[in-house]
Design a protein around this ligand. Structure first.
Ligand code: FES
Ligand code: FES
Length: 142
């Protein structure tokens, strides 16, 4: 896979020094998701208060793309309302379609733009975002 050097460095930094890796102590929403193509998994925990994601942590095993994406996503989503978090997830889908989008919430996410040419890698990068969507959808149903 060919990625721009700078982008590669950002991704590897999140992979080697993941932000928000771990578990939340207080009652948190937990979403477990697998990437069906490889079996890699993520467990995302969200602490939600009044329609807001106040904290987010994750554990799991996966490739550098999936784990770095989880690190970036959890950074970006902390403090966001459900609506803004879903908007960000939509923006991420657009990024994966090759559209030029900016993430002012966390510019590091833009480093994943290069994976859009690799369908299997798109699944890796989107795993954490799908977990986020699922967690928020479950909340909205309650
Ligand atoms: Fe390139 Fe997994 S990160 S193959
Ligand atoms: Fe499994 Fe990337 S190869 S999540």
């Amino acid at each position: 896979m060919q990625l721009d050097d700078l982008y590669r460095r950002v991704i590897m930094d999140h992979y080697k020094n993941p932000r928000n890796r771990g578990t939340l102590e207080d009652e948190a929403v937990t979403i477990n998701l697998n990437n069906p193509t490889c079996g890699d998994r993520i467990s995302l925990q969200l602490q939600v208060v009044d329609g807001k994601v106040v904290d987010a942590k994750f554990t799991g095993e996966g490739c550098s793309i999936s784990m770095s994406s989880a690190s970036m996503m959890t950074e970006a989503v902390k403090g966001q309302s459900f609506d803004s978090a879903i908007q960000m997830a939509e923006k991420f889908s657009a990024l994966m379609k090759g559209e030029p989008v900016e993430f002012e919430e966390n510019e590091d996410i833009e480093a994943l733009s290069g994976v859009n040419k690799f369908p299997a890698r798109i699944k890796c990068a989107t795993l954490a975002w799908n977990a986020l969507r699922k967690g928020i959808e479950n909340q909205n149903k309650e």
